[in-house]
Design a protein around this ligand. Structure first.
Ligand code: NAP
Length: 316
């Protein structure tokens, strides 16, 4: 397999996310005028997971920056599942809340199936994460209005970057409910021929290397190496892995790399699921950070506005 002549085009997720946010501004203003209040997102943060704190803060800050209202309910890590359920039920009943987001993970003490139960308790029309079974069914049947944010962000990025899907081979590595499965469904709806791979897939590099569009949602740093990639393919890296081991950073990114210098300053760096060497083979690639991550939040805000518009239409 020969490498592509020039390095891959970088698909700038941050720029596309900014375009999506800008396009929301007039819609937010229209909801505010019609409803007498802005589109509003209710958030539940249970426990004090540092990653969750950052995610929730970013979601609120970006929402508020656009004029979206936010209502945050916090619960301690020791809270019972029923307390989380009461918060969701209050959001469901509140006519001034359009979207509901329950930040995962929920505290371990709430039980193994707490997330599934809480997602099922969210009123489907307010389910801006798109995880409720009704919305999953609608996604499959292509009648969905609230699709999961990360895969719909990937679709926006592919579309706005002019990546063709119709009739192309797409391979998704990962079959989670929040990324892999909905990603595959969205690509299928756009007439790609889709293969879903996972930990039991035999000869994964061979399967992946058939792809014109390869999506990696594995959660393993630099897992997708050059052998996985057809020259010229578009590679979407969903993975966000925090590296805290200097040797691992040096072995993935190289001695003298910018990432290693960043590691030496901060003691941690982010790595995607795609090895940096892939940039020499792919036709286009998403960076980490600055690729899929910013789009996920932009689509959450987009879903919140959409949910608010839908409620206004029902009221009319
Ligand atoms: P997940 O629920 O852990 O799923 C990982 C998937 O990868 C599973 O389907 C698993 O297969 C598969 N997998 C694991 N090891 C594999 C291997 N050796 N070979 C082939 N497949 C393998 O993770 P997720 O929630 O989908 O997230 C995936 C990554 O995306 C994570 O790094 C996460 O942090 C990141 N993420 C980023 C964003 C964003 O906004 N950028 C949003 C969500 C997630 P099995 O099903 O067989 O176990």
């Amino acid at each position: 397999m020969s490498a592509a002549a020039s390095p891959a085009r970088v698909l700038d997720g941050a720029a596309v996310a900014a375009e999506i946010r800008d396009a929301l501004r007039p819609r937010i203003e229209a909801v505010r005028r019609a409803a007498g209040r802005p589109p509003t997102l209710g958030l539940l943060l249970a426990g004090s997971d540092p990653g969750s704190e950052v995610y929730v803060r970013n979601k609120m800050r970006q929402g508020e920056g656009l004029g979206i209202g936010t209502a945050l309910e916090r619960l301690p890590a020791s809270a019972a599942f029923e307390e989380a359920l009461r918060v969701v039920e209050a959001f469901n009943a509140d006519p001034d809340i359009d979207g509901i987001l329950v930040q995962s993970p929920l505290p371990a003490g709430m039980g193994d199936d707490a997330e599934r139960r809480i997602f099922e308790a969210i009123e489907p029309s307010k389910d801006v994460d798109g995880f409720h079974p009704e919305n999953v069914g609608r996604l499959v049947q292509q009648t969905s209005t609230l699709a999961p944010c990360t895969p719909s962000g990937v679709m926006e990025l592919l579309d706005r970057s002019g990546v063709a899907l119709n009739g192309r081979q797409a391979v998704v590595i990962g079959r989670s409910d929040i990324v892999g499965k909905p990603m595959a469904m969205l690509l299928l709806h756009r007439h790609a021929t889709v293969t879903i791979c996972h930990s039991r897939t035999v000869d994964l590099p061979r399967v992946a290397s058939q792809a014109d569009v390869l999506v990696a949602a594995v959660g393993r740093p630099a897992f997708v190496t050059v052998e996985f990639v057809k020259p010229g393919a578009t590679v979407v890296d969903v993975g966000t892995n925090t590296l805290t081991d200097r040797d691992q950073v040096a072995s993935i990114f190289g001695v003298g790399s910018k990432k290693l210098a960043a590691f030496d300053r901060r003691g941690r760096v982010l790595s995607g699921d795609v090895h940096p060497g892939v940039a020499g083979v792919a036709g286009a690639i998403t960076p980490v950070p600055g690729g899929v991550g910013p789009l996920t939040i932009a689509m959450l805000l987009s879903n919140t506005v959409q949910a608010a518009e839908q409620r206004l239409r029902w009221r009319a």
